[in-house]
Ligand binder design. Structure first.
Ligand code: NDP
Length: 497
């Protein structure tokens, strides 16, 4: 469905403002047949979009970037209304997303374009080249927590690589998804290169089972497993950007004020509803008390649900129960409440909560909380910090505050990225890939890896002259076999430990 197409879905769903419950929009639930029709229309559109090459696509993607940038105030307001984050944070999210869009458009040809490679000694009679070709149509499934930044991490790169896209936004932020597609359609009105299908989980499932060449999924690990099972039906390859339980480590020589500032922003911004949110903090025992004092003082200044508040409501009503359960479970198991707690929960507003002495096997340490909560744990040294951080099943991002050993600690962390002496920098630098390991998924958005994610490698050779040693033929003689045998002995047989 292009953003402008008349829709004929049998049923609809409502979107409500999480701050006050007001109805913000009604959208169609697209059926499997409608999703299949959108994907079918996308195939010729993808061929059309791929044809003119990288330079023309870059020009059009730049124009799309301009459309989104000029619409930033309205788009940010819509993000605020649909999922609750403050408008300035929504604008920041848009700004970051546009940086990656620009990078993808400008670098696609260099990363994906055809380049010659050297053959080996035995194959020296061939010219060889590799290029990265689009899949045709890519299905993108996105979450609501960063409804511009996160899907654009797939959409921008899939489009720059020459694919058409069919995007299924979260049921909480369909309006944002449609607005992105409308901006694209103003720049590319000729063909349905970027379509949006709306609906609930079933619509996403239909997209996974449709004739797309690849799925770019961002969402929870639990849904990711369902997506993977559905993609298995057609052996559809997929990118999995899933949940996290990121940690921040504070070493003995860290700048404690900067570390506390990063922990508060990393843990509480967007009401903690960030895949890369700091949910756990591990602090060297020698600076633990001072750090905790800094942390609590800063977090105390943040309040949810007040006019001009720096954090908004919890977007999904059911998430409030999970946050409550994690806090109650930690306290029941001996944790100390340093700030907030369940008493401060009013409707979908949760106040900043800091827990100390939480057992390492408590849900507040092992499961994604996705709320404005932090655990803060004393460690005897950085070996213990690394061990505890790596013990989790997720491996998305991580943060280290240390003056001397930052890089050494970072190198030992099992995560898709680590930012030293700053929170989340690795997700904002366009040249760097973003993604996770373990329960946080696989594949990468952003940077060269993010472009290659939405293209397949195509190798081509051209024989320049007949080989003096024809190998792949029944005309191969015993003399040639003997020469090859000698070559193997010389080239490979001397390799030893
Ligand atoms: P969900 O897993 O609930 O949903 C993600 C998307 O999948 C939504 O569009 C959802 O649709 C869709 N979906 C649901 N069921 C199915 C299904 N059976 N088949 C196909 N698609 C389906 O995640 P949230 O939207 O709640 O997002 C929060 C999660 O996303 C957190 O775990 C967070 O950590 C993660 N995330 C990861 C990021 C990363 O870069 N690694 C970035 C941002 C978020 P619907 O909304 O209609 O149910």
């Amino acid at each position: 469905m292009t953003a402008s197409t008349k829709l004929s879905a049998a049923t609809t769903f409502e979107v409500h403002n999480p701050a006050d419950g007001e109805l913000t929009g009604v959208y169609p639930v697209h059926t499997r047949a409608e999703v299949d029709a959108a994907v079918a229309a996308a195939h010729p559109a993808g061929t059309w979009w791929a044809a003119p090459g990288f330079a023309e696509r870059a020009r059009l993607l730049d124009a799309w970037r301009g459309e989104i940038a000029r619409d930033r105030a309205g788009l940010a307001e819509l993000i605020h209304v649909e999922m609750g984050k403050p408008v300035p944070d929504a604008k920041l999210e848009i700004a970051m997303a546009l940086e990656h869009l620009r990078w993808a458009a400008r670098h696609a040809e260099r990363v994906l374009g055809r380049r010659s490679v050297r053959p080996s000694l035995l194959t020296a009679n061939h010219a060889a080249s590799v290029e990265y070709r689009p899949y045709g149509v890519v299905g993108v499934i996105g979450p609501w927590n960063y409804p511009v930044f996160t899907p654009l991490g797939s959409l921008s790169f899939a489009l720059a690589a020459g694919n058409a896209v069919v995007f299924k936004p979260s049921e909480y932020t369909p309006g944002v998804g449609l607005r992105l597609a409308q901006a694209f359609a103003r720049v590319v009105p000729e063909q349905p290169v970027f379509q949006v299908v709306t609906g609930l989980g079933e619509t996403g499932n239909a997209l996974c089972r449709s004739a797309v060449g690849k799925i770019g999924f961002t969402g929870s690990t639990a849904t990711g497993k369902r997506v993977m099972a559905a993609c298995a039906e057609n052996l559809t390859p997929l990118l999995m950007e899933c949940g996290g339980k990121d940690a921040l480590i504070v070493d003995a020589d860290a700048d404690l004020e900067a570390a506390a500032d990063a922990a508060v922003w990393g843990g509480l911004s967007n009401a903690g509803q960030t895949c890369l949110a700091v949910e756990r903090v591990y602090v060297h025992t020698s600076v633990y008390e001072r750090f905790v004092t800094e942390l609590v003082a800063r977090a105390r200044a943040i309040e949810a649900g007040t006019p001009g508040s720096k954090i908004g409501p919890i977007t999904m009503p059911k998430q409030v129960d999970i946050i409550r359960r994690h806090i109650e479970d930690a306290l029941a198991r001996g944790a100390r409440l340093l700030l907030g707690g369940t008493a401060g929960i009013r409707g979908q507003f949760v106040q900043p909560t800091i827990l100390a002495d939480v057992p390492e096997d408590a849900a507040a340490i092992t499961e994604e909380t996705f709320g404005p909560t932090l655990t803060v744990t004393r460690v005897r040294d950085m070996d213990e910090a690394v061990e505890l951080v790596n013990a989790g099943s997720y491996g998305l991002g991580s943060t280290v505050f240390a003056r001397r050993d930052g890089e050494r600690i970072a190198a030992r962390l099992r995560a898709g990225g680590t930012s030293i002496n700053a929170f989340v920098a690795h997700a904002t630098i366009p040249t760097l890939p973003l993604g996770g390991v373990g329960g946080s998924g696989f594949g990468r958005v952003h940077g060269p890896d993010g472009l290659k994610e939405f293209a397949y490698a195509k190798s081509t050779t051209r024989q320049r002259f007949p080989s003096p040693l024809p190998l792949t033929t029944f005309r191969r003689t015993e003399r040639i076999d003997a020469v090859v045998d000698t070559l193997v002995a010389v080239l490979h047989g001397r390799a030893r430990r």
